[in-house]
Design a protein around this ligand. Sequence first.
Ligand code: DGP
Length: 121
Amino acid sequence: MNYDDNNIFAKILRGEIPCKKIYEDEFVLSFYDVNPQKKIHALVIPKGKYIDLDDFNSKATEREIVALIKGISKVADKLGISKSKGKGYRTLANISEHGGQEVPHLHFHVFGGEKVGRMVE
Ligand code: DGP
């Protein structure tokens, strides 16, 4: 499967669709999920064209990988839900069909602001 340049997050990265931005650096963009599942629901995505975590880990540079993983903590800090600033959070990435991935651009969900609940429904 090739990367689809018309997926919704590619359009957000190109500025063709607006988003409520939380954080941005050279490699990472974070914004609020349009359909929040918890009090706080953010998304953290790489700026590079990666379909999912497996694609990312096989093709991304070390700098991109470090930036994305660190980006999750930076976003949690900024939102006041990290362990040091708040009460914790959950991050997860859905991968492909069985993972329930809808948007084919790698993204980590960040849930918090309340007890997130059971790990898997
Ligand atoms: P997933 O199922 O893991 O692929 O999650 C995709 C998420 O993307 C889902 O929680 C809703 C969110 N989403 C879809 N379209 C948009 C959009 O246009 N803007 C924003 N901010 N989020 C979107």
